[in-house]
Ligand binder design. Structure first.
Ligand SMILES: [Fe+2]
Ligand SMILES: [Fe+2]
Length: 212
């Protein structure tokens, strides 16, 4: 006798069918959970969680206003200036690059030694693989412009030479990130970038568990 896979109704099936959704899941462990539980969570939790992403990114961006007396500009000005330089380089129609330029340093307080990983992880569900890779590796690529002053090999980014996104990351760092420390630059205000932030961060477009 042929064995067929057991078919389960998913939480999404229940929601699509218009089934009555309970207000609160009742499981004590995931093993106990049911599609009805997850339908409740999707209906009453997930949407609320998603709406906080943009606000939290803006909170983190705001934290970059922390004074840095020894630096030419603080990291908030640097972030806006990076986005402005990308915008004026004709990337204004590339929302994902603009958002990456604006937010690429938001993890500087949580992960000062690998903040590229931090921001790349936040952006991963919302941007194409190229933009994720740029943000993830920008610290290393940026290093070409100053690592030698720390006695570190400035060419360490060369280990990625040949990668399909090498040139994109090099260009992002060389043209936007490393140039965005001019205290006299006419930087665009945050408001100018809000439409792009909404278009990118209001809804994920990728499977967050995909490999890249
Ligand atoms: Fe950075
Ligand atoms: Fe930066």
């Amino acid at each position: 006798m042929a064995v067929t896979a057991e078919k389960y109704k998913t939480a999404y099936d229940l929601i699509a069918e218009g089934a009555s959704i309970k207000k609160k899941a009742t499981f004590r462990s995931f093993d106990e959970s049911t599609a009805e539980d997850w339908a409740a969570i999707i209906t009453y939790n997930d949407e609320g969680t998603q709406t906080q992403v943009l606000d939290l990114c803006l909170e983190h961006l705001e934290k970059l206003k922390h004074p840095q007396p020894a630096s030419p500009v603080d990291r908030y000005e640097h972030s806006l200036q990076t986005a402005t330089r990308a915008w004026r380089d004709g990337r204004d129609d590339d929302d994902e690059i603009i958002v990456a330029a604006l937010l690429h340093d938001i993890g500087d307080f949580f992960a000062p030694h690998n903040h590229g990983d931090f921001c790349a992880s936040v952006l991963k569900p919302y941007v194409r693989p190229e933009v994720y890779w740029i943000v993830k590796h920008h610290e290393l690529f940026q290093g070409y412009h100053f690592f030698h002053h720390y006695g570190v090999d400035r060419n360490v980014r060369e280990k990625h030479r040949g990668h399909e996104f090498f040139e994109s990351c090099r260009q992002f760092c060389d043209d936007y990130d490393q140039t965005a420390f001019d205290p006299n630059y006419n930087t665009m205000p945050l408001e100018a970038f809000m439409p792009a932030l909404h278009r990118v961060l209001d809804k994920p477009k990728n499977d967050p568990f995909s490999a890249s």
